[in-house]
Design a protein. Structure first.
Length: 150
């Protein structure tokens, strides 16, 4: 059984998007990037996934440079290739081309020593959707509080 170690989670994605489905992808990293990720120096906040020449990449994912690295340190926001089977990439390409859908990284974690990215097929929320979700959470919070006092 493989151990899963959560590195980071993109909370903003769950606030700004409806997550329709989730996919797991490996990620191709260079030298000191893995050491930085193991230290938790990764940020998925404004990142997104896109296609370039039939391959899937993640853009704007910030991995801080490794402090004790040398001149071969990586660029923090470079595009990074995601590793998936060809059939999965083609399926995601078709799904993401539908009106209003985008691919957003939801979380990063280590699984059997390899860094994996959980990607969500997402549809953007409107302002009234965000308000409705916030009102629903607040109502549930009040119900839980009232039941707790009994």
């Amino acid at each position: 059984m493989s151990e899963i170690i959560q590195v980071t989670k993109n909370k903003k994605a769950y606030h700004d998007y409806f997550v329709e489905s989730e996919f797991e992808a490996g990620i191709a990293l260079r030298g000191t990037e893995v050491k930085s990720v193991r230290m938790g120096r990764i940020n998925l906040k404004d990142s997104y996934c896109g296609f370039d020449k039939g391959e899937l990449f993640v853009y704007s994912m910030h991995i801080s440079p490794y402090e004790t690295g040398n001149r071969f340190n990586h660029e923090p926001k470079r595009k990074r290739k995601l590793l998936m089977h060809r059939k999965e990439i083609n399926r995601l390409f078709g799904l993401s081309k539908q009106q209003g859908y985008t691919l957003i990284p939801l979380s990063a974690y280590f699984k059997s020593g390899k860094l994996k990215l959980n990607i969500g097929l997402c549809k953007g929320k409107k302002l009234y959707d965000k308000r409705a979700v916030a009102a629903k959470k607040e109502a549930q919070r009040k119900i839980d509080y009232a039941l707790k006092d009994r």
